[in-house]
Design a protein around this ligand. Structure first.
Ligand SMILES: *Cc1c(COP(=O)(O)O)cnc(C)c1O
Length: 363
């Protein structure tokens, strides 16, 4: 609706001083070192999107009756700006994030954002805050676009107003200690998503409902929770925020299908494409937890890994549930996992050819 607004750029009058910035990005970790700027665009029914701007990063002031605070009409995205081998900066498949953002918006009955506004907002923020790029192994600027229902009204209905924002942070590795493989806890008591629910939408509510299971995993001494399907409590779906792949002795790959209850990861999609191009057999088919255990024990299954933008490709070493635990392959990083990761990271860093035009250069 309406014309696409142009961005106003108001650079921060008080950016973090250089020495302080360099200290903060020396070992940034994940999700805690934020840059100087942010993007906001507003939406009102009948008016469309307006007031697009890049400003100094600052707190939001919200009326306590703002809809998102009560009914959780909220969606988000996550993508990274990478530094290419030649020193220039690039985004990876931002068009795919823009499309998924709108798919999430439709599921949550929110306004859709023109794809070009999404992409431009990410480009502008990564560009103005490029000094925050951390010079560490696997470093990036992690962009977090999100949208909240901003109408001040306690009636239960889709909001008539929205605020879209993008914030950015310096990111190093996702997992502390750069562990060679993560361990999983199989959630028996909690489901992440049900048929007809919001499992395929990237909304904060999915995370809110997964936290108790994730906390249980940590309490049991594991890194991440893996969710099974809600109906039979048997079919592997995904982790709290990452998709999952299995690698078999014959070299084939398997990942759960996009049945509406798992998040359609862009990393998942990219790896499927790269694996097929490499001539591997790839199945998008359900896989049962009892089968996983049997295959791991018999040696038919040799590797498993989790994947997502934040953690890239992370080997899975051990899987536990109240009924026991088993080790995947040698319990550490496997060769097939490493080869796929190298191909993906090679494209993201501009080291390998990019036949699908996944890399969008900022300069
Ligand atoms: C974001 C997300 C993923 C991974 O998606 P990518 O596009 O690969 O980053 C997987 N599962 C869930 C639940 C997610 O929110």
């Amino acid at each position: 609706m309406g014309a696409v607004p142009a961005f106003t750029i108001e650079p921060s009058q008080s950016p973090v001083p250089e020495a302080e910035r360099l200290a903060r990005i020396a070992a940034p970790g994940f999700g805690k070192v934020f840059t100087d700027h942010m993007v906001t665009i507003r939406y009102a029914e009948g008016k469309g999107w307006y007031d697009a701007k890049v400003t100094a990063r600052q707190p939001l002031t919200l009326d306590p009756a703002t809809a998102v605070l009560h009914y959780a009409q909220e969606i988000f995205e996550g993508l990274k700006a990478y530094r290419l081998e030649d020193g220039s900066m690039a985004l990876f498949r931002p068009d795919a994030n823009a499309q998924r953002f709108n798919a999430s918006a439709r599921r949550m009955a929110m306004a859709e954002l023109p794809e070009e506004l999404f992409i431009e907002s990410c480009r502008l923020l990564a560009d103005i805050d490029r000094a925050w790029f951390p010079d560490v192994e696997g470093g990036s600027i992690y962009l977090r676009p999100f949208m909240i229902a901003s109408e001040v009204f306690l009636g239960v209905k889709p909001s008539s107003e929205y605020i879209y924002m993008v914030i950015a942070s310096s990111a190093g590795g996702y997992f502390k200690s750069g562990a060679p493989a993560v361990s999983l806890w199989v959630s028996q008591d909690y489901s992440r998503a049900a048929p007809g629910g919001t499992g395929a939408a990237k909304c904060g509510g999915n995370y809110a409902s997964s936290l108790v299971a994730q906390a249980e995993a940590i309490k049991q001494g594991h890194d991440q929770v893996v969710f099974l399907d809600a109906a039979e409590n048997r079919w592997i779906e995904e982790l709290g925020g990452m998709n999952i792949f299995f690698v078999f002795e014959d070299g084939s790959l398997q990942t759960p299908p996009l049945s509406g209850t798992i998040l359609p990861g862009i990393t998942r999609n990219s790896l499927l494409t790269l694996a097929r191009e490499a001539g591997l057999t790839v199945r998008e088919e359900p896989y049962a937890i009892d089968q996983w255990e049997a295959d791991a024990k018999s040696g038919r299954l040799v590797e498993a890994f989790a994947c997502g933008t934040a953690a890239v490709v992370t080997p899975i070493g051990r899987v536990s549930s109240p009924s026991g635990s088993f080790t995947v392959g040698a319990g550490g990083p496997g060769q097939a996992t490493q080869r796929l990761k190298d191909r993906l990271v090679g494209i993201q860093r501009g080291v390998l050819p990019d036949p699908h035009d996944w890399v969008m250069r900022l300069d």
